[in-house]
Design a protein around this ligand. Structure first.
Ligand code: AHG
Ligand code: MN
Ligand code: MN
Length: 331
């Protein structure tokens, strides 16, 4: 007897039917999967095509080379357009909102088509992160700036590792693996482990002395208890935290020797980076806060490309540092 793995699409079909939902979300996710596979294929073969260069650069034939981030953006917009289900998208690679189907669309998509671009020249893992909100079906559409708690789903592909992780509102975070036919299969429910034995800390150690002093002190007190891992791509770093537990952080940069490099707002983008991992983390039993110790998912964005500091992972660790951040905020 042959054994077949359950595919992502079959998993989602069952999920939608058991919740008496429409099939629109399936059509949307089919577009996201097509985009991810297309990006993955491009990335795997991109070095040969000279596509890992910088925008405006030339390849060996003297032709213009498009940056992989831009390629990933165009691929994603293409598939989302064809789905017919999207109102508009917010992409890290476009200053402006991109209207897709303002009248007939149903979903708002916020995405970072290529996360961790410093890994590109090395062919190392990068990510494709996205958050999904739904049209306000009851009345006129609002400003499209949804807080993470109002997303219906958020997920990430780690490319070219071939994993896909999706958080579904009040239905858990699930991981899938790509099989030999390029299908994502084997739904696995992710829950952050309670046992600190496997926990890890993940942050850019080179920035450590630029953090708020209380954050530096927290690190000094806790670092010896945990393993330390940093890939430099949020998708990959958070992927590990989701499996092993612990905390990923990108704190505000406050004391850089070159003050121009300070980032009091943090570096990561709220709508398509921080809120995406915070959403998956919540559905896996964890939590996420900003530099004020406030929940990431509660932040009402004012701008599409707004930045935030991020502390995300196991509740115990994140809440512990959140207490210190809230104290600091009180002065
Ligand atoms: P992007 O490549 O989309 O600009 O995002 C990079 C982000 C994120 O993936 C990562 O966690 C962080 O930047 C790494 O920053 P540092 O290089 O400053 O550590
Ligand atoms: Mn990114
Ligand atoms: Mn990016």
């Amino acid at each position: 007897m042959m054994r077949f793995e359950q595919t992502f699409m079959n998993f989602l079909l069952q999920h939608q039917e058991s919740h008496n939902r429409t099939y629109h979300f399936l059509i949307l996710m089919d577009a996201m999967i097509s985009a991810a596979k297309h990006i993955q294929y491009y990335y795997l073969t991109g070095a040969l095509k000279g596509n890992l260069g910088l925008a405006g650069g030339k390849n060996v034939q003297g032709e213009d080379v498009m940056r992989m981030d831009q390629i990933a953006h165009e691929i994603t917009v293409h598939y989302l357009k064809n789905s017919g289900r999207v109102i508009h998208v917010v992409s890290e690679e476009s200053e402006e909102i991109i209207p897709i189907n303002p009248e007939g669309g149903r979903y708002l998509i916020y995405f970072d088509p290529l996360d961790g671009s410093s890994n590109l020249p090395h062919g190392l893992p990068v990510g494709f992160l996205f958050g999904i909100a739904k049209r306000n079906l009851e009345g006129p559409e609002d400003g499209h700036l949804r807080a993470g708690k109002d997303y219906i789903a958020a997920g990430m592909f780690v490319i070219s590792t071939g994993t896909f992780t999706l958080g579904l509102k009040e239905a858990g975070t699930w991981r899938f693996h790509i099989d030999e036919t390029m299908n994502f299969v084997r739904p696995t429910r992710m829950m952050l482990p309670d046992d600190p034995e496997t926990w890890e800390l993940s942050f850019n150690e080179a920035n450590r002395h630029t953090y708020d002093e209380r954050v530096q002190q927290w690190i000094a007190e806790h670092e010896r208890k945990y393993a330390f891992r940093y890939l430099g791509a949020l998708a990959g770093d958070f992927h590990r935290i989701l499996t092993n537990g612990g905390m990923f952080m990108y704190p505000a940069i406050l004391n850089h020797p070159n003050p121009k490099k300070n980032r009091p707002e943090g570096k990561l983008r709220l709508m398509y980076e921080a809120a995406v991992v915070a959403f998956m983390c919540r559905e896996a039993g964890g939590t996420a806060v900003n530099e004020a110790g406030a929940p990431i998912l509660d932040i009402q964005p004012e701008k599409h490309h707004q930045r935030t500091a991020l502390y995300v992972g196991s509740k115990q660790l994140v809440e512990n540092i959140a207490g210190i951040l809230r104290e600091k905020n009180r002065g």
